[in-house]
Design a protein around this ligand. Structure first.
Ligand SMILES: [Zn+2]
Length: 405
């Protein structure tokens, strides 16, 4: 599994937020094509690279066994550099800060990171500090691949596995062209979580709001009683948002937020993009209403301005869809236990591709990968935790292959 992981992280697969093509960046396919080769070499059936860059394959299980989906994404976030990754394996971690040699200002300090402090004796993989590592989600890809390499020689009863390696998860388009019918699984699991033992069954429900403020431009030299400056109106709107609550920087756990994530403005027009999130859909409604009222208030203060608000659903909390299929969670917990780990149910302050798939009818919780500090130059992963995730995948395929009781 480690060999595979080190091979995959070397390939630059950064997705591109500003692209409208699919996949958003062609380089993601460099890894997708390698996975097609490796899946074929393992002898999997139906190995396919779809026109939009998704890799599908089948590992046939015992006759009559259910079909389960295993999903991971090949792309890495555009927020951090992802080319020319130099992965370093720090064997048998003995404690103390890990200084990353490519940029010694990047230090992974166990005092701040209790997860690292608890990993004495583990082999820790990092980048050299100049790029992210890419464990999000190449750890998930490597774990699924290693599990398949093991399972394709299996003689015990096992489920039929449908594999999907998707593109563009990090730019929110991971399921855009995901053909659920072609995938054909009854339940799914993303391998895209973090700390050992975690099973994520709940996500935020998320919306995007776009507030467009149209002012009135005028030459500043002769603007008296004419100019309506959208820059100032946008600034007023942003400062009218809750500051000490309902913000990502002031909330945790189950608390939701309204987060202005982007602002472009000229005197003539300003566009503010906000993300609105909560685990609870009625609270999400309340937060959305607040955005609506504050947007209307701009026009009340300056009737010459024109304000429009567009709301887009991003994804819904997958909890409801998953609760309808209790065996999805029970089987994952059983698999984690059989891998020697105590499962921990947890919630995500964000979304996963599984949230979208669950909403579309494929209940898809998220399983840990053993990676930490995602989207950061100080990203790291424990090889032993990754091995536990790969073992969990093996056990999961076995649990689903057993007659349900
Ligand atoms: Zn991910």
């Amino acid at each position: 599994m480690l060999e595979r992981f080190l091979r995959y992280v070397r390939i630059d697969t950064q997705s591109d937020e500003d692209s409208s093509t699919s996949p958003s960046s062609a380089k993601q396919l460099d890894l997708s094509r390698l996975l097609v080769e490796e899946l074929s070499a393992l002898g999997l059936a139906d190995v396919e690279l779809t026109e939009h860059g998704c890799v599908f394959a089948t590992l046939h299980g015992s006759a009559g066994a259910p079909v389960i989906g295993l999903i991971a994404h090949v792309d890495t976030t555009p927020d951090s550099p992802g080319a020319d990754v130099v992965a370093i394996v720090h064997e048998n971690y003995e404690g103390g800060p890990i200084v990353l040699p490519g940029d010694p200002s990047q230090v992974i300090d166990p005092v701040e990171e209790t997860e690292l402090a608890a990993r004495l004796g583990h082999d820790i993989v990092t980048s050299d500090g100049t790029t992210l590592l890419g464990a999000d989600d190449k750890a998930g890809v490597a774990e699924i691949m290693a599990a398949l390499a093991y399972l394709c020689h299996g003689r015990e009863p096992q489920a039929t596995v449908r594999v999907a390696f998707t593109v563009d998860e990090e730019v929110g388009r991971g399921t855009e062209h995901f053909d659920l019918e072609a995938f054909g699984a009854e339940v799914g699991y993303t391998l895209d979580g973090s700390g050992i033992g975690e099973l994520e069954i709940e996500t935020f429900s998320a919306r995007q709001a776009r507030v467009t403020i149209r002012g009135r431009g005028a030459h500043p030299g002769s603007a008296k009683d004419k100019l309506v400056n959208a820059v100032k109106l946008a600034a007023d709107f942003v400062s009218s948002l809750p500051q000490h609550s309902l913000s990502p920087e002031t909330t945790e756990g189950r608390q939701g937020f309204i987060h202005p994530s982007r602002l472009t403005a000229s005197a003539e027009e300003a566009v503010i993009t906000l993300i609105v999130r909560d685990h609870d859909s009625s609270l999400l409604e309340e937060h959305t209403d607040l955005v609506r009222r504050l947007a209307q208030a701009i026009e009340e203060r300056e009737p010459r301005a024109r304000v429009t608000l567009e709301i887009q659903e991003t994804y819904r909390n997958m909890r409801g869809a998953i609760d309808e299929h209790p065996r999805v969670v029970l089987a994952a917990e059983e698999a984690i236990r059989r891998a020697g780990i105590e499962p921990v149910r947890s919630i995500i302050r964000g979304g996963t591709d599984g949230a979208v798939l669950s909403e579309k009818g494929l209940p898809t919780p998220n399983i840990f990968t053993g990676g930490q500090n995602y989207h950061s130059l100080r990203e790291w992963a424990s090889v032993q935790d990754m091995a536990a995730a790969a073992a969990t995948v093996v056990e999961l395929v076995r649990v689903w292959g057993e007659p349900s009781g």
